[in-house]
Design a protein around this ligand. Structure first.
Ligand code: PGA
Ligand code: ZN
Length: 427
C-alpha cells in the first residue's frame, strides 16, 4: 500500500548552537518522504523527555550516535510496514518500544525526529501540505507570533534574569503584516539599544533577540516600549508584550527565593513585582512566572491578575496532557506551551493541544532555543489552529525558517487565509 513505511534512516546533523542533533528520513511505498530534525532546549523542565547523548570526549559528550543507532537498528525496523498516515499507531509503536515515561531508552530526540518525519512522509504521500494533512481542508488560521526580541536568562550572556521579552503584533489583519510590524520594531530596537548602550548591546542571543547588557527587567520592558513607539506603533492597540520568565532557572531551592535584578525575592515579592509590571505595561502573556516546583504560586498570580494577562505553563506542564489538564482544571494556568520534543511524539503533543482547546485553554506551538532549518512547527500551528506560535526573533535562519514557511502557507491559502490577531491573547 502506498502509505506503508518502507525505509527509515537517521543521521547526525547540527543544531543552531553547533551541537549534534538527529535527523530522520522516513520513506513510504508511494514514494512520499519526510525529514525531520530534533530541536534541543537549554532551560528544560525536570519532567521533559530526555535526549539520548553519547557522553565521552567527542563533541564534548553531545554526540547523538546512540540515538541514530536506536533509530537505525530498533525504531526504524519496527516501523517498516506500518501505515504512515495512521500516525497514532506509528507513535504508539514508538512509545511502546521506548517503554519509559521520559523516553530515556531510545531517546526523546530519536522519538521526536522519527514521529515528525513520519507525518511529513504521510502528507507527502497524500500530496498535500503537512498542515492540511494535520487539520484537513478547513485548517486556514495563521497564528499570532510571540516574537522574542530581547534575550536573557540562560539564552544570553547578560544579567537579565527573565529569559524572554516578546512583542506580540496583534494589530494586523494578515500574518505577513503582523510579521512586518515585528520586523520594524526589531530594527528600531536595534537602533535604540545601540544609541543608549553602545554597539555591543546589539549582539544577539540563542533565539535571535538582542542580548544587551541590561541589569534590570524593567529596562528591557522600557526598551520594547521605546522601540514600538519609534517604529510608529502603539502598545495595546497594535502590539502587546509577553514575558517568559523561565523562573526555574533563577530559583534558589535552598533559600526558596528568586534572584532577580540582583535581589533575592520571596514568592510573594516576585508576585508583587509581576502585578506592578502588568499595571504599567500591556503584558498580555506571562510564561513560567514561578518555578515548576511552585504551582500554587501560578494560581495565586492568575487570581490576582484577573483577566488582564494569560498565565502559561512551560516547564510546569512540559506538553504532558495529564499535567496540562490538572493545572488547567485547577485554575493554575490559562494555557500551555506545546513542544513536541518535551513529550517525544506528535500524537502526544496533539492530544495536549486538543485537551487545551476543548476546555477553552490556550495552546502555543513553540520552537526550542536550539533549533534547525526544520519548519514543521509552522504546519502544526496552522494544522491544529492554535492561533499562537513562539518562534523567536525575525532573524537567524533557524528562526526565519518557521516565519518564512508561515508566509508560504499564507500565500498558498490566498484569500482563504485567516489571521488569529488579538483573539487568542484574550481570556
Ligand atoms: P528552551 O527555552 O528551548 O531553552 O527550553 C524555551 C522556553 O523556555 O520557552
Ligand atoms: Zn518557556
Amino acid at each position: 500500500m502506498e502509505f506503508d513505511i518502507t525505509y527509515v534512516k537517521a543521521l547526525q546533523v547540527l543544531d543552531s548552537r553547533g551541537n549534534p542533533t538527529i535527523e530522520v528520513l522516513v520513506v513510504t511505498e508511494g514514494g512520499g518522504y519526510g525529514r525531520a530534525i530534533a530541536p534541543a532546549g537549554a532551560s528544560r523542565g525536570k519532567k521533559e523527555a530526555v535526549d539520548l547523548r553519547d557522553g565521552g570526549v567527542r563533541f564534548l559528550g553531545m554526540g547523538v550516535s546512540k540515538a541514530v543507532e536506536a533509530v537505525n537498528k530498533v525504531l526504524g525496523p519496527a516501523l517498516v510496514g506500518l501505515n504512515s498516515s495512521d500516525y497514532r499507531l506509528v507513535d504508539k509503536k514508538i512509545v511502546e518500544i521506548d517503554g519509559t515515561q521520559n523516553k530515556s531508552r531510545v531517546g526523546g530526540n530519536a522519538c521526536v525526529a522519527t514521529s515528525l518525519a513520519n507525518i511529513k512522509a504521510a502528507a507527502d504521500t497524500m500530496g498535500v501540505p503537512l498542515f492540511t494533512f494535520i487539520g484537513g481542508f478547513k485548517a486556514r488560521l495563521l497564528p499570532t507570533p510571540l516574537m522574542n526580541i530581547i534575550n536573557g536568562g540562560v539564552h544570553a550572556g547578560n544579567e537579565l534574569a527573565f529569559q524572554e521579552f516578546m512583542i506580540i503584533p496583534v494589530g494586523a489583519d494578515k500574518f505577513s503584516e503582523a510579521l512586518r510590524i515585528g520586523v520594524e520594531i526589531y530594527w528600531n530596537l536595534k537602533k535604540f539599544l545601540k544609541e543608549r548602550y553602545g554597539p555591543s548591546a546589539t549582539n544577539v542571543g540563542d533565539e535571535g533577540g538582542f542580548a544587551p547588557p541590561l541589569k534590570r527587567v524593567e529596562e528591557a520592558l522600557e526598551a520594547l516600549s521605546e522601540a514600538t513607539k519609534l517604529a510608529g506603533y502603539s502598545l495595546d492597540n497594535d502590539v502587546l508584550i509577553g514575558i517568559d520568565a523561565a523562573a526555574s532557572q533563577f530559583y534558589d531551592e535552598k533559600s526558596s527565593k528568586y534572584l532577580v535584578d540582583k535581589r533575592l525575592l520571596s514568592t510573594e515579592e516576585l508576585l508583587s513585582m509581576y502585578l506592578d509590571l502588568t499595571d504599567r505595561y500591556p503584558i498580555a502573556y506571562l510564561e513560567d512566572p514561578f518555578s515548576e516546583e511552585s504551582p500554587a504560586a501560578f494560581r495565586d498570580l492568575r487570581t490576582s491578575l484577573k483577566n488582564k494577562t494569560l498565565v502559561i505553563g512551560d516547564d510546569l506542564t512540559v506538553t504532558r496532557e495529564d499535567l496540562i489538564t490538572q493545572y488547567l482544571r485547577g485554575g493554575f494556568i490559562d494555557g500551555a506551551i506545546i513542544k513536541v520534543n518535551q513529550v517525544g511524539t506528535y500524537t502526544e503533543a496533539e492530544n495536549s493541544v486538543r485537551a487545551l482547546l476543548s476546555s477553552g485553554g490556550k495552546a502555543i506551538i513553540s520552537h526550542r532555543s536550539g533549533e534547525t532549518e526544520d519548519n514543521t512547527i509552522a504546519h502544526i500551528a496552522v494544522g491544529l489552529e492554535t492561533g499562537l506560535i513562539k518562534t523567536g526573533a525575525p532573524a537567524r535562519g533557524e528562526r526565519t525558517a518557521k516565519y518564512n514557511e508561515l508566509l508560504r502557507i499564507e500565500d498558498y491559502l490566498g484569500d482563504e487565509a485567516l489571521f488569529a490577531g488579538r483573539k487568542p491573547l484574550t481570556k
